[in-house]
Design a protein around this ligand. Structure first.
Ligand code: C5P
Length: 224
């Protein structure tokens, strides 16, 4: 039995990897499976929230009762978030967004040449979706923002610093960098009070605990 701690609340969640095209048949992506973001969406729905999930390419089924919007690139994810953000109470950025995109993706398949040469690929930075939303100040769209961090070292130090840099009240650190694709995880929550460890468990269990932590925090804010 899950108490409906988020009844009447609207949550927007990003999940999965992004895919940045090089040409019509190739691209750059990462090892995110989307499992954690989808688990957060499912747990939020179980808790009674109205949930919109903006997802990069994954092989996962849409959680029951969740509205899903599929995107490929970071820019498309940014645009979809911008279109959906007004009126959301909570924004949880779980997606592993590519930091860079190919500057000029080819409209035709890039061909191998006889001389053994290889193409040069130029990159430019993608927008930081979470930081963009966290910086919004309009009344209609000032959700409680939650971020994720997957560091390969110094999580405790980098996690606290990343929370402040992104300007968000809550950051979830993945302990170890073997979480990609796995069914379980171990996380640490960073907020302005310090940090709280949520010991190793399957991603749905952790997602339910995270939703309970988020609901405690937003329900103690006079704004809601
Ligand atoms: O800076 P870093 O990529 O480690 O931050 C991770 C957090 O920021 C995650 O919550 C991720 O979803 C979000 N993010 C984003 N847009 C980006 C990069 C990261 O929303 N371009």
């Amino acid at each position: 039995f899950q108490p409906k701690v988020l009844a009447g609340k609207r949550l927007l969640i990003t999940a999965g990897p992004t895919f940045e095209p090089i040409d019509p048949v190739r691209g750059i992506t990462n090892l995110s499976s989307g499992k954690m973001g989808y688990a957060v969406a499912r747990a939020a729905r179980e808790a009674g929230a109205d949930v919109t999930l903006i997802s990069g390419p994954t092989a996962l089924a849409t959680p029951h009762g969740v509205t899903r919007i599929d995107v490929q690139t970071a820019q498309q994810m940014m645009d979809a978030v911008n279109r959906s953000i007004d009126g959301q109470h909570v924004f949880v950025a779980v997606a592993a967004v590519a930091d860079w995109r190919v500057t000029n993706p080819s409209t035709q398949k890039v061909k191998k040449t006889e001389d053994g040469g290889a193409p040069r690929i130029e990159f430019e930075q993608n927008p930081d979706i979470l930081a963009t939303i966290a910086a919004r100040t309009t009344l209609a769209g000032h959700p409680y923002c939650v971020g994720f961090a997957a560091e390969s070292e110094n999580l405790m130090e980098y996690g606290a610093a990343k929370r402040e840099r992104k300007g968000i009240p809550l950051l979830v650190g993945n302990i170890g960098h073997h979480t990609f694709g796995a069914d379980d995880n171990e996380i640490v929550l960073f907020d302005d009070q310090g940090h709280t460890l949520l010991p190793r468990a399957d991603k749905l269990t952790l997602a339910r605990q995270l939703i309970s932590e988020i609901s405690k925090r937003i329900n103690s804010q006079s704004l809601f």
